[in-house]
Design a protein around this ligand. Sequence first.
Ligand code: SF4
Length: 124
Amino acid sequence: MLDPIQTTTSTPSVDVSPKFAKGVAAPEYVAPDRATIEAGLAAFRAEVLANLDPKRRAAVEKREADTPVSMRANYIEAVGGDSRAAAVKAFCYECCGWQREEVAACTALACPLYAYRPGVEVEA
Ligand code: SF4
C-alpha cells in the first residue's frame, strides 16, 4: 500500500498553500499576552540552564541574579551560545553598569567590541 503522501510524483510548480491563495485572507496576527511571553522566557531559560554543566550553571545563576531584570533575557540568550550579538550586548551593558546610554557613548575606541556595541550601526 502506498503512503498517501507519496501517491504522486509530480510537484506543483507554484506554491498553492493557503497563505498564498488568492481570496484567502491571512489570519489576523494576535500578539501574545504578557503571561505567554513570560512563560516562553522561563522555558527558554530552563532549557539553557539545563544544558550547562553544574559548575557553570551555578556561576551563570549568580551572575544572572546580579543583572537587572530587564536585561536578564538577553544575558540568558548570550549564555545559550546561539547569538554572538546577544553576547556582545550583554558584555557591553555589564561593562557600562547596565546603562544603555553609556554603551552608546562609549569612548573606548580601541575596544575590540567598539564597532559592535548595541545601538550602533556596524561600519563597513
Ligand atoms: S565597546 Fe565599550 S561598552 Fe562595549 S565592552 Fe568595549 S569598552 Fe565596554
